[in-house]
Design a protein around this ligand. Structure first.
Ligand code: FES
Ligand code: FE2
Length: 354
């Protein structure tokens, strides 16, 4: 029988910094829908696990990603949100960067100028079927290869035919893993989600575990055939897709004990079904209450570790194996945060004469 991760991994700055380096920096992370980046010069700036990141569409149609951190003295290039820009002008001292990240000019810097080749720190950016992902440290294999059989699972769905229908987010007082693990099992449904339990056949709830993704299934009680897929992909993305609607759910860590759950809803005509929206808010309220209670108990110092049900908690077991594997590969918190990783820092040349 699998034992759980120890409670000590669900709190504290040290573990959080370790996971920023070992989990979030080397993974492909969803950041935006491609419709937000359709025009030449459009950009989206956001933060993932504390890393400020910027994705833009060049005039040549290329999608590019950068850390939203100026190499001069760490100023922001753009404010968070969406916009268009033909170049990036740092908000602090006005250095100007080309759309491909090269330094065009260091305003009134004097001599000697910044080092030859000074540029923004790149991150990998790529789109898959309308969804834009970044890999912050540049170490991940190409996106489609990383997605693997997860991509095949939704091969029959017309994802490209969806348009955004709304967003919603909710901040929870819990570690991101507490929420992710709750998402990864249906064992709690009869106790926590009474309305959902009335509409699906809970006894036939199934969790199918794959290498770095998980599929949930439960037949509706009214006898209809469920044509959708409820999918989770390491580390923090859930994709629920049906013939006529899709929603993306991200578990965004804001710190060791705070997590933003962010939804993006999509439909064929851009309208949001009120029932879908009401039910997802109800489910999140119910999950938030139980996750916050669990987190308080994890913090209380009573629980060390527990056990996982083979029948119901295979998804949680796989998630915890992936957390363990990530920690083993990058144990130290100073090993791979964004531009300090070797691949990206190689692009930051030494100052002249150094
Ligand atoms: S920090 Fe960007 S120009 Fe100074
Ligand atoms: Fe739940």
């Amino acid at each position: 029988m699998a034992t759980t991760l120890p409670a000590s991994l669900y709190r504290g700055d040290e573990q959080y910094e370790r996971e920023r380096a070992s989990v979030f920096s080397p993974s492909w992370l969803y950041v935006a829908h491609e419709s937000e980046l359709s025009a030449a010069g459009s950009y989206v700036a956001t933060v993932r696990a504390g890393f400020p990141v910027l994705v833009s569409r060049g005039a040549d149609g290329t999608l590019r990603g950068f850390h939203n951190v100026c190499p001069h003295r760490a100023g922001p290039l753009v404010h968070d949100g969406a916009g268009t820009a033909s170049s990036f002008v740092c908000r602090y001292h006005g250095w100007v960067f080309e759309p491909d990240g090269a330094l065009r000019g260091a305003r009134d810097f004097g001599e000697p100028g910044p080092a030859e080749g000074c540029r923004l720190w790149d991150v990998q950016a790529a789109a898959w079927r309308g969804l834009v992902f970044v890999n912050l440290d540049g170490s991940a294999p190409p996106l489609l290869e990383s997605l693997g059989t997860f991509a095949d699972e939704v091969g029959g769905f017309d994802l490209e035919g969806f348009v955004p229908a709304g967003t919603w987010s909710h901040d929870l007082e819990c570690n991101w893993k507490t929420y992710a693990e709750n998402y990864l099992e249906g064992y709690h449904i009869p106790l926590v989600h009474r309305e959902l339990a009335r509409s699906i056949d809970v006894a036939r709830y199934e969790v199918e575990v794959h290498e770095n993704w998980v599929l949930h299934r439960a037949p509706p009680k009214d006898g209809t055939v469920l044509d959708g897929r409820w999918l989770w992909r390491w580390p923090n993305l859930a994709l629920n897709v049906y013939d006529d609607a899709m929603n993306l759910e991200q578990f965004l860590p804001l710190g060791p004990d705070r997590t933003r759950v962010a939804y993006q809803y999509f439909s064929r005509d851009g309208t949001l079904d009120e029932d879908v929206s009401r039910l997802s808010k109800l489910l999140l309220d119910e999950d938030a209450a139980i996750c916050e209670a669990v987190q308080r108990n994890l913090n209380a110092g009573v629980y060390g570790h527990g056990v996982l049900s083979e029948r119901h908690e295979g998804g949680v077991a796989r998630f915890q194996d992936l957390v363990r594997a990530a920690s083993a590969s990058r144990g130290a918190a100073d090993g791979g945060l964004g531009p300090r990783s070797s691949r990206v820092s190689a692009r930051w040349p030494r100052p002249r004469g150094a």
